[in-house]
Design a protein around this ligand. Structure first.
Ligand code: A3P
Length: 313
């Protein structure tokens, strides 16, 4: 169920009122009614949580470690995005309307949207690999009981920083948005796919479902081979220690950053899609006021929930 949002181009969907572009209304019903297949593998994340990294891992684990194909076909073709997303100008214009940005800092238009797959996915051959940033409640109700689903979660502060750089990257210097403005919009749930904690909590509550694999970005960072083994077990794939080692090497930050089939967008000033790859990078971007705001934000959003982030005390 989508209702008019806080601005003219965004709508609020589902129970906590997830922010989606107005164009999402066109695909919301089709996505909700999509026929899920038992051999589908889905990845669900809030943007900038380690989606791409985990997609490459899932795809290779599922395809017998076929590096040859992985190196010849872009990841977004092997593992396409489901829904229609907001365009950067839409977001920029909304931020201007919300007074988070002035017009002088918006220097033009850019468009970073890739073809969504929701219209063609019904005809796609099996097995399908489906990426989405939609929360579980906006996805087909039969999803978890039918297909395998991986959810990747990340500390919202690091997500916010990374999300900010994504905008700067895809907008190719078209607008000079400042981080504190972006944080303000993020914590007030005004950006696409927010609210983040509710999004993650939906999956956290289902983490013991046999078809859901829940993993934190920070745990991938801490011990990638261990998390590869966990994920392979979930997918029912068995690889030797040597193969796991090789896969971990392929998925390492430096190697994935150089991989043009995965990291294929570079913005002005050299900002790349695979950017920093750290836990706690937010500390370099939050001043003491923002730090306190973030503390309050997390306390308030996590109140009454069972969800615990490994990096939030
Ligand atoms: P940063 O911007 O903090 O560096 P998504 O794919 O969901 O958009 O997530 C992007 C984030 O995952 C970026 O975070 C990116 O650098 C990080 N990432 C991608 N591959 C990674 C890897 N191999 N190791 C660590 N972080 C990685």
């Amino acid at each position: 169920r989508c209702l008019k949002g806080h601005t003219t181009s965004f709508v609020r969907c589902g129970k906590p009122g997830y922010v989606m572009p107005g164009s999402f209304v066109k695909c919301a019903e089709a996505i909700y009614n999509l026929k899920v297949r038992p051999d589908d593998v889905w990845i669900i994340t809030f943007p900038r949580s380690g989606t791409t990294w985990t997609q490459e891992l899932i795809w290779l684990a599922e395809n017998n470690l076929d590096y040859e194909t992985a190196k010849s076909i872009p990841l977004h073709e092997r593992f396409p995005m489901l829904e229609t997303t907001s365009t950067i100008p839409e977001i920029a214009i909304e931020l201007i309307k919300m007074n988070f940005m002035d017009l002088s800092s918006f220097q033009g238009v850019g468009n970073a949207v890739r073809e969504p797959s929701w219209e063609s996915i019904d005809k796609a051959p099996s097995p399908r690999y489906i990426k989405t940033h939609l929360p579980l409640s906006l996805l087909p109700p039969s999803l978890l009981n039918t297909a395998k689903v991986v959810y990747v979660a990340r500390d919202p502060r690091d997500v916010c920083v990374s999300y900010y750089y994504l905008h700067k990257m895809v907008a190719k210097n078209l607008f000079k948005l400042q981080f504190h403005h972006f944080w303000e919009a993020f914590r007030r749930d005004l950006l696409p796919w927010t609210p983040i904690v509710a999004h993650t909590d939906e999956a956290w509550m289902k983490r013991n479902h046999p078809n859901l694999h829940f993993v934190f970005y920070e745990d991938l960072l801490e011990d990638l081979p261990k998390q590869i083994r966990r994920l392979c077990l979930f997918l029912g794939r068995k690889y030797s220690d040597e193969e796991i080692k090789q896969l971990a090497h392929h998925l390492s930050f430096d190697s994935l950053r150089k991989n043009k089939k995965v990291n294929n967008t570079v913005g002005d000033g050299g900002v790349q899609f695979i950017r920093k790859g750290e836990a706690g990078n937010w500390r370099e971007h939050f001043d003491s006021k923002m730090e306190l705001e973030a503390e309050d934000f997390l306390i308030e959003r996590l109140r009454g929930l069972d969800l615990k982030y490994p990096t939030v005390s």
